[in-house]
Write a protein that binds this ligand. Structure first.
Ligand code: FHN
Length: 445
């Protein structure tokens, strides 16, 4: 497969990513995203009908067509089984909103090529199932009703479209490439992105994925990003719109040279990713798509502390749910989202719109917002004290978040910094948060 000539595909690429325009415009469009710090990921599609099961195995999920080597015509039969009559877009948006998530990223098309929206580009869509309803329309409207930004996940890689290359290794014999034109697939991809950005009102983020195969080039990524920017100037685009963008780090950790934020997956980088916006996407159990057998869910304290860790390092957390074939979010996920929401209702100020911790090695996580410093204390110290290392000025006030009285805590200066005397008992069973207000923005030396 030679290098793809944009001109040949009727796509001209004149990047609008010049430094001056980019820097100013990016700062403006990232404001709500940096403020949010927390989003909900939704992996849902035909694969959900199979619940991770095929041929006697139960350890599949959204990659089931590839990993179980299901022939495309066999997989297409799932169209007749997709009828999620229990799906309730308002309930999904409310799950996100009540958990404290400010944006929701849902799969419009995953690698299997099935489209959950009313696309005119293919019949391999929800409109050709018994359900026949435009899920993106329902989700966009519900998100806006509940104060959550609708955002789209869209896979560049497509195991269904005849023009997408490369084929899966195991199906080269049954799905020959003759006649396939990758340029025609790129036009298909652009056409669907245009539908997704013009038919559903303002979309917060286009979260591309499946960018790693050798047919998708940096040039194609730039052209796609430019097309998105032209269609929706305030749209935020992730770094996976283009293939590996930087030497050394893998694509997900790459500095977001193209696109607006980097996308570490199932990990929170040790020291964050200094100098760029980034978002860690993580599953609650071991799978993105629904797997009936996977009950290995992280606890609420673990999930809350992942949210705290990303914010303390200056990043966002995108926490995933995988609805069932019937359109229901698994109860284990619902319970955990409610638990996160209970914590966020008392402590959201310590997460929303904050910057990374001012401390190198304080022994606890922290965030800051102008003159406020938030220190996270998941384990209550026997000393009933917390040293704020390197802090020189005494805080004007110190209190435990979640306490209506905001009982002022004693503070004193020591050589190593400032010591805050804590109450006898933790203020929160999941993660207590100490708030300190200073006379000036927080710096630690
Ligand atoms: O292959 C996909 C995977 O199925 C899932 O969608 C994750 C979510 O970030 N992205 C890809 C793996 O990096």
């Amino acid at each position: 497969m030679g290098a793809f000539a944009l001109g040949a595909a009727g796509l001209s690429h004149t990047s609008i990513f010049d430094q001056g325009t980019q820097a100013g415009a990016k700062r403006d469009r990232m404001v709500w995203w940096r403020e949010a710090r927390f989003g909900m990921f939704v992996h849902w599609g035909l694969y959900s009908v199979l619940a991770g099961e095929w041929g006697g195995r139960t350890d599949y999920a959204e990659w089931i067509r590839n990993n179980a080597k299901i022939p495309v015509d066999e997989y297409e039969k799932l169209l007749g089984r997709f009828n999620p009559t229990q799906f309730d877009a308002d309930r999904l948006a409310l799950l996100a909103a009540d958990a404290g998530a400010k944006y929701l990223v849902i799969t419009t098309k995953h690698h299997d090529g099935f489209c959950l929206f009313d696309t005119k580009q293919t019949d391999f869509s929800v409109m050709h199932t018994p359900y026949k309803r435009d899920i993106m329309r329902m989700v966009a409207d519900a998100c806006r009703r509940h104060g959550v930004r609708p955002c789209w996940y869209h896979s560049i890689m497509d195991w269904h479209h005849p023009d997408y290359l490369p084929r899966r290794d195991w199906e080269r014999g049954t799905r020959p490439v003759n006649g396939a034109q990758f340029e025609r697939y790129v036009r298909y991809l652009h056409s669907q992105v245009q539908e997704l950005l013009t038919h559903y009102g303002d979309v917060g983020v286009l979260w591309f994925d499946g960018e790693w195969e050798n047919t998708w080039t940096r040039e194609l990524g730039l052209a796609l990003a430019d097309r998105c920017r032209a269609l929706s100037p305030d749209l935020i685009i992730n770094s996976r719109v283009a293939p590996k963008q930087s030497s050394g780090l893998n694509a997900k950790l790459a500095r977001a040279e193209i696109g607006d934020f980097s996308t570490p997956e199932q990990e929170i980088p040790d020291r964050g990713i200094p100098g760029v916006d980034w978002e860690s996407c993580v599953t609650m159990n071991g799978n993105w798509g629904y797997n009936r057998a996977d009950h290995n869910f992280k606890s609420v304290p673990t999930l809350v502390n992942m949210l705290v860790e990303t914010a303390s390092k200056g990043g966002n957390l995108l926490l995933n749910v995988g609805p069932t074939g019937e359109g229901l979010v698994p109860e284990e996920s619902v319970v955990r989202l409610k638990g996160i929401g209970e914590w966020m209702r008392l402590h959201a100020d310590a997460i929303r719109g904050t910057d990374a911790s001012p401390f190198e090695n304080a022994g606890f996580r922290a965030t800051r917002k102008d003159k406020l410093l938030y220190c996270f204390v998941p384990e209550w110290p026997a000393s009933r004290e917390l040293l704020l290392p390197g802090i020189r000025a005494l805080p004007r006030r110190a209190w435990m978040m979640g306490e209506a009285s905001r009982h002022p805590l004693a503070v004193r200066r020591v050589d190593a910094g400032v010591v805050v005397s804590l109450p006898d008992h933790a203020s929160d069973p999941v993660c207590s948060v100490l708030a300190c207000e200073f006379e000036a923005p927080v710096r630690a030396s």
